[in-house]
Design a protein around this ligand. Sequence first.
Ligand SMILES: [Zn+2]
Length: 124
Amino acid sequence: MICLNCGKDIGMGNKFCPNCGKPTTIADKENVGTIIVKRENKYVGSLINFDVFIDGEKVGKLGNGKTLTYDMPLGSYDVKLSAPGNNVVREVDLTVKNRTVEITIVCKMGMVTGKPYVKSVEYK
Ligand SMILES: [Zn+2]
């Protein structure tokens, strides 16, 4: 299977390209939604990057004040943010009426011991 985004041969069975991180399952533009994971810029936890997982697959790292965007086929997904010792998971539903969901993450705890929590989940 060839990644539609970066063109690498990525074998079979991957929902996300191991090379570029983009989803491999988008069939057509009619059935695509967007998951936005946004992290507020805070001094607290600023040195910690959160690992982002969608349906158990690691898809990126979320630094302080950064935003990651994933175009996905419509459907339900578990979005997990992970820091050492702490996880938060939200299930999101991308539908024809709610194609875009923005999850805003804030960091608690100390500068080097960040703990992610979900401030808001907003459908647009
Ligand atoms: Zn790729």
